[in-house]
Design a protein around this ligand. Structure first.
Ligand SMILES: Nc1nc2c(ncn2[C@@H]2O[C@H](COP(=O)(O)OP(=O)(O)O)[C@@H](O)[C@H]2O)c(=O)[nH]1
Ligand SMILES: [Mg+2]
Length: 348
């Protein structure tokens, strides 16, 4: 420290060196600067410490920004904390009329017992419930209906991070129209359901342009598509890369394979209100167009929650072995530890 400084300024400087927190450092450095007489002999010290001060302030601004962002994400009802070890299923339906929902709240309430959700009332925010099935937790999330709303992109980000999407289709309305609406929003967001990612490997290289290798007999049928594939890879932002292809590809698959925003999700259809008249026809239409034998390969569960008066209770149908089927779709096999006492309570 320069001898041009008063002893008060020197003390203030030492104080600054001792400061632990960012706020203290800033405050003490400001005090030190105010105690330095400004003249030729101190100008370097002043300049140096002013720069130091702005850097500390920038750090503090960044810290505040991060803290705010974290707090906002914790408070954001659309950011759903995944329950550890649980299978998370998100329920979505199309938007029809807020008095005639597809049955998401009814389903959520019946399976998880949440009480703060009101069937028959439109929810503009996700509602979460959880239940235990043989030691496996299922976290069910009711999302607001998919439509052109200001929260659409937030619903979509939720769907991208979930384990499985349940499309809730009300069998008492036109089921095909509902599916078309849902798929429109999902595909617009590059979210593809129950579909294997195309068997293609892309590796960035430093030079050599786009090299395409057709590595299986089926892949060799893509020969004439090589120039198109090269163009697609370039358009998606790579100038030099090797592309290994293991299957025959359609134009549609090539697009999906090289679009970096594409996501794949397992999905099912929960076809609701199967107790109402004329719903069998709707169900059969759904199976024909979107069922397991169609190109969409969606497993469809016809469901009914029937409200009985005497005694008052809800009888639910269509959910027998529901969880097993979900686990199968997700390829999760429950492994129970067997001991001399028998089967353990909790799966590994
Ligand atoms: N008949 C019948 N009505 C149902 C069934 N499930 C739900 N509902 C009714 O459909 C309406 C909308 O249900 P809700 O769960 O609020 O749908 P959401 O808007 O998708 O959450 C309510 O009046 C429910 O009582 C069902 O399986 N059968
Ligand atoms: Mg609801």
């Amino acid at each position: 420290m320069s001898s041009n400084l008063t002893s008060e300024a020197k003390l203030a400087y030492n104080d600054f060196l001792d400061a632990k927190t960012l706020d203290d450092k800033i405050e003490r450095l400001e005090r030190f600067l105010s105690l330095v007489p400004k003249h030729k002999a101190t100008e370097r010290i002043v300049a140096l410490n002013k720069t130091r001060l702005s850097k500390l302030k920038a750090e503090r601004d960044e810290q505040i920004r991060r803290r705010k962002a974290l707090a906002a994400s914790l408070e954001d009802p659309f950011t759903i904390k995944k329950e550890p070890q649980a299978i998370q299923m998100m329920l979505v339906s199309d938007y029809f009329n807020q008095d005639f929902g597809a049955g998401k709240s009814t389903f959520l309430q019946n399976l998880t017992g949440v009480t703060h959700v009101k069937p028959g009332i439109f929810t503009a925010e996700p509602v979460v419930g959880i239940y235990d099935w043989n030691g496996i937790k299922f976290q069910i999330v009711e999302e607001p209906a998919l439509h052109d709303s200001h929260y659409l992109s937030r619903v979509i980000s939720g769907l991208i991070n979930t384990d499985i999407i349940a499309l809730m289709i009300d069998l008492s309305r036109n089921p095909i129209l509902q599916m078309e609406h849902l798929l429109f929003y999902l595909e617009k967001s590059h979210l593809y359901l129950n579909r294997q990612p195309p068997q293609v490997k892309l590796e960035k290289t430093g030079s050599g342009g786009i090299q395409v290798f057709l590595l299986t007999k089926e892949a060799k049928e893509n020969e004439e598509l090589i120039p198109f594939i090269q163009e697609m890879v370039k358009t998606s932002g790579f100038n030099h890369a090797t592309v290994k292809i293991y299957q025959k590809l359609s134009i549609d698959e090539i697009e999906i394979a090289f679009n970096r925003s594409v996501k794949f999700k397992p999905a099912i259809i929960l076809a609701t209100k199967a107790d109402l008249p004329h719903t069998k026809e709707s169900y059969l239409e759904l199976v024909e167009k979107y069922g397991e034998k169609s190109q969409y390969k969606l497993q469809i569960f016809p469901l009914a929650f029937v409200f009985e008066r005497n005694p008052p209770k809800v009888v639910r149908k269509g959910l027998e072995s529901f969880e097993e089927k979900i686990l199968q779709i997700l390829n999760l096999i429950r492994i129970f530890t067997k001991s001399k006492k028998g089967i353990a309570d909790k799966p590994l």
